[in-house]
Design a protein around this ligand. Structure first.
Ligand code: UDX
Ligand code: ADP
Length: 473
């Protein structure tokens, strides 16, 4: 019999769990959605009554929370009770790349997923459908299955009420910054699994707002591998376009023109052809590294080295940008003030995980410059954590390092250069007249996102460098 889902529990109130559960609560008012997290500070922020200081910035999220929070959407730290009452438990916890031990720097650290499985094994009651939402290495569902099965056997031995589980893989394809739209209008919903009734129960949730033809069923392994593959292909496009951008800069071609020309080929499509400072985010680097690890595990060394080049190109490209900045500023940036516009890995998010800004800023600080960093959504505390470097206390000292700026103007005053690292809307039409007045001469603009309208800047006398461009206009 197909189970009617009345109560959902989601483990993990982060960039995936928060928006995904908010949209489910909005689209399915008859279901109670409980999001739990081991981090009580995060839960406290979600529950802030006036919805200020939410733990994540995501356009459209505020409006949904206003409607659903404490109606049928609840954030809580009571993991035990919420799992026990749930018909379906989603796992949306962190799955970063391992820092230590076997597979360090490559394999995924699934300790949080393992802990989630153990919590579910311990606290669930009756029949529970477990849905794997986090991006995970291929084979993770099998590990979850094993943990749950062993707990069932233990319960049986101890004459404890029998629990049953079925595991589904339902990877998330949302992209930060457009997560709400991606969740409301997905290209497809992928459900991997082998239990027909559980698949149907999950499918019924999505049918509240998604057409049936967009729901795709596969086996568990295909579902897990499809997520890694989608991200690897997207990241590969970015490394490809950035590699061509480097040729453009030297040859006189223009990357925007090349992107447009190839993107009009319907076989290629126009998306993900924007040259930038390199890809970042919590998924792309991690998922490619996962793929490399799996390929090596199966002895497919050529496959592993093929995907390794996507990461290598990305790392080379970020380094290339910091070197260009140094070289253009007469080969030395020691004691120079540089304004950094944008620290998030992309616009419309406060997420800085794997942001290219981290490496580029570290390189510039290492070379002796003083950075004034401005991002409309990233906090000073987060920048400090990412750079692993405390802010300079005395703004007028000659010391190299970084200082948090509250505006474009504050960051740019007396600076030698502006470096645009994130494509925030407010960086597209900068007030060149004002900036030219407040900056030191010669004044430079380095646009790593190719977004700024620089016609006026050129007339005023700015020196301009744009990624993938030779003839700057
Ligand atoms: C990605 C996938 O798009 C999403 O489907 C998956 O679920 C999670 O990983 P996300 O990391 O949020 O989403 O952002 P995305 O928009 O894919 O951008 C990733 C990186 O590529 C960013 O650093 C972005 O700036 C960069 N990028 C993207 C480019 O440099 N050029 C482009 O044309 C597109
Ligand atoms: P993602 O981008 O995948 O959502 P985040 O780091 O933003 O990653 O969010 C993952 C969240 O999962 C974190 O807030 C973390 O505290 C939480 N978490 C990790 N392990 C567990 C667990 N076993 N139970 C509940 N929450 C967990």
């Amino acid at each position: 019999m197909i189970k009617e889902i009345k109560n959902i529990c989601c483990l993990g109130a982060g960039y995936v769990g928060g928006p995904t559960m908010s949209v489910i609560a909005d689209k399915c008012p008859a279901i109670d959605v409980n999001v739990v997290d081991i981090n009580p500070n995060r839960i406290e922020k979600w529950n802030n009554p006036n919805l200020s200081d939410l733990p994540i910035f995501e356009p459209g999220l505020y409006e949904i929370l206003k409607k659903c929070l404490n109606r049928n959407l609840f954030f809580s730290s009571d993991i035990k009770e919420k799992i026990a009452n749930a018909d379906m438990v989603f796992i949306s916890v962190n799955s970063p790349t391992k820092l230590k031990g076997i597979g360090a720097g490559m394999a995924c650290d699934i300790k949080w997923i393992e802990l989630s499985a153990r919590q579910i094994a311990k606290y669930s009651r009756g029949n529970t459908i477990v849905v794997e939402k986090s991006t995970v290495p291929v084979g993770t569902a099998e590990i979850i299955k094993k943990i749950l099965k062993e707990s069932q056997e233990e319960d049986y031995k101890n004459n404890i009420d029998q629990k049953t589980f079925s595991i589904l893989s339902n990877p998330e394809f949302l992209s930060e910054g457009s997560a709400i739209n991606d969740l409301c209008n997905p290209d497809r919903i992928l459900i991997g699994g082998d239990n027909e009734e559980s698949i149907k129960a999950l499918e019924n949730i999505y049918l509240n707002w998604i057409e049936e033809k967009k729901i795709l069923r596969t086996n568990l392994w295909s579902s897990e591998l499809s997520k890694l593959t989608a991200n690897a292909f997207l990241a590969q496009r970015i490394s490809s376009i950035n590699s061509i951008g480097a040729i453009c800069e030297l040859s006189g071609a223009n990357i925007n023109e090349v992107s447009k020309a190839i993107g009009m080929d319907s076989r290629l499509g126009s998306k993900f052809l924007q040259s930038g400072p390199g890809f970042g985010g919590s998924c792309f680097p991690k998922d490619i590294l996962n793929l490399i690890y799996i390929a090596k595990f199966y002895g497919l060394n050529e496959v592993a080295s093929y995907w390794s080049t996507v990461i290598e190109l990305n790392n080379w490209h970020k380094k290339r940008i910091s070197q260009i900045i140094i070289q253009k500023l007469f080969g030395t940036i020691s004691g120079k003030k540089i304004a950094i516009l944008g620290f998030a890995f992309k616009a419309n998010t406060n997420d800085t995980r794997e942001s290219p800004a981290i490496n580029i800023c570290k390189d510039l600080i290492e070379e002796g410059s003083k950075l004034f960093i401005y991002d409309p959504q990233v906090s000073a505390l987060q920048i400090e954590k990412d750079l692993d470097f405390k802010q300079i206390k005395n703004k007028s000292s000659e010391q190299s390092g970084w200082i948090f700026a509250n505006s474009i103007e504050e960051a740019s005053t007396n600076s030698d250069a502006i470096v645009v690292l994130t494509e925030w809307e407010e960086f597209k039409n900068l007030n060149w007249e004002n900036l030219f007045k407040i900056m030191r001469k010669p004044s430079w603009i380095f646009d790593t996102r190719n977004i700024s309208n620089t016609t006026r800047a050129k007339e005023l006398g700015f020196n301009i460098w744009k990624v993938g461009n030779n003839n700057i206009i």
